[in-house]
Write a new protein. Structure first.
Length: 187
């Protein structure tokens, strides 16, 4: 659930799907983070209602709320940060409801001021456009699977985003928000 730019630590704690692992590895390699004094933690939101709707295409679905399990996961993550003496200087979160709730739970428990959480649309998950919420069996036909496998980096589901689009969006956010640090920061 969390990533750090320190490579071995990054690999050890990465629980993203393999495509997202490659995505964030590429972004961090390209960025100035590796030469800065920044400890960057990328945290995935806790389990959401959309995560339980496995018969439907997920994606962005920004309105999806945390489940009770997702709330518990957020509390456990906070306990882990406390145990490892991690104190954040800044917190950025996706504007999706599940991400806002996860960051609020973690920050409130760690006594980080909630009003200092910076919400960013650029940190949202991949968009599957008008396919989000639709039945998987209707959307993911054999033809669509074939197209996705033939060019996974550039494949777009419906009128949504490709993995490349997501990389460019997130890399743009990193370039805008993180390269100006001259001192140790934990974000």
């Amino acid at each position: 659930m969390l990533l750090s730019h320190e490579h071995s630590y990054y690999r050890r704690f990465c629980h993203f799907s393999s495509s997202y692992y490659v995505l964030f590895e590429n972004i961090l390699k390209q960025s100035l983070l590796l030469s800065c004094m920044i400890n960057l933690y990328l945290v995935r939101h806790g389990e959401s209602l959309a995560n339980l709707e496995t018969a439907c295409v997920g994606g962005r679905r920004s309105e999806s709320l945390l489940t009770y399990n997702g709330i518990t996961q957020s509390i456990l993550l906070c306990q882990r940060f406390k145990k490892e003496n991690i104190i954040f200087d800044e917190v950025y979160a996706s504007s999706a409801e599940r991400a806002k709730a996860t960051s609020a739970i973690v920050c409130a428990t760690m006594q980080y001021p909630l009003e200092k959480i910076v919400l960013c649309d650029d940190l949202q998950e991949i968009s599957h456009g008008d396919c989000e919420g639709e039945p998987r069996e209707k959307v993911w036909t054999q033809e669509v699977h074939k197209k996705a496998k033939s060019d996974p980096w550039n494949f777009k589901l419906g009128n949504g985003e490709s993995q490349r689009d997501v990389e460019e969006r997130v890399y743009g956010w990193i370039e805008k928000h993180l390269p100006n640090y001259q001192e140790n920061k934990t974000i």
